[in-house]
Design a protein around this ligand. Sequence first.
Ligand code: MG
Ligand code: MG
Length: 274
Amino acid sequence: MAFRDRGIEIKTPEQIDLMRVAGRLVGETLELLRDAAAPGVTTQDLDTLAETHIRDHGGIPSFKGYSQPPFPATICASVNDEVVHGIPGPRALAEGDVVSIDCGAIVEGWHGDAAITVPIGEVADDVLELLRVTEESLWRGMAAARLGGRVTDISHAIETHVRAQGRYGILEDYTGHGIGTEMHMAPNVPNYGRRGRGPTIVEGLALAVEPMVTLGSKHTDLLDDEWTVATVDGSVAAHFEHTFTVTAQGAWVLTAVDGGEARLAELGVPFGGR
Ligand code: MG
Ligand code: MG
C-alpha cells in the first residue's frame, strides 16, 4: 500500500472549527435521511431531502458534479449488494433492504463526509449483524487514533474488529482519506493492514474513515452507470463513515451530531471536541 504522504493538509484550530460546522450539517442530514428511509420511499426522495436540507442550512452538496462522469446527485444511495457510489433514482426501498447513504457538504470552503447503512423494516439477522460489526469497526478505528500514532493504527483496529466477528469481506480497492479544503486528500486510510505505518497522526489532521464490509467477497464490479460499486458475488454490503480529528484533549468526530462524545466514552476515549 503506497501512501500519499505529500500534500497532507494540516488545519489550524479555527479551520477545524469550520470543518465542524460542515460536519455537523452532514451528520444532521444523515439523521434526517435515517428517519425518512422506509418501504416505498425512493432513493431519489432521499436525495431531494438531503439537497434541500444542506442548501437551506448554508451548505453546498459536494458530490454533485464530482469527477467524471460528473456524479449527478447530493447523496450516494447504495442498496443491498451495492457497496458505495450508487446513484439515487426511482428505485423504491423495500422491507428487508439495506441502503447505504453517503453524504458530503461544503460550508465556507470546508468539507464534511459521512455515511450510514440503514435497515428498511425487518432485516435478516446476519445483515443486521453486518451493520453492527461495520459501524463498530469504524468507531474502534477512530478510537485507535492517537497524536503521535500512525494512520494504519486506525486501519489495523478496523480489520482486527471485523475479523474477530466472523467471515466478512473487507474492501481493499476503496479506502478512507484525508479531508479539508477538498473532499478527497492525502493520506489514504485503508481498512486493513499492520499498525505503525503511514503518516503520523498530528493535531490538525482530519480524516474520513470509512469501512466497507460485505457478507461475502471483498471483490467488486463497477456497474454500467460508471459509478455504482457492487459486490461480485451479490452479497450484501455495509458502509459507515465519519470525518474526525484528534486534538490534544482527545478524539472529535466532526460529522457526529454530538461530536462522538457518547460513543467515544463507551470506548474509553477522551472527547476532544470544543
Ligand atoms: Mg463519503
Ligand atoms: Mg469518504
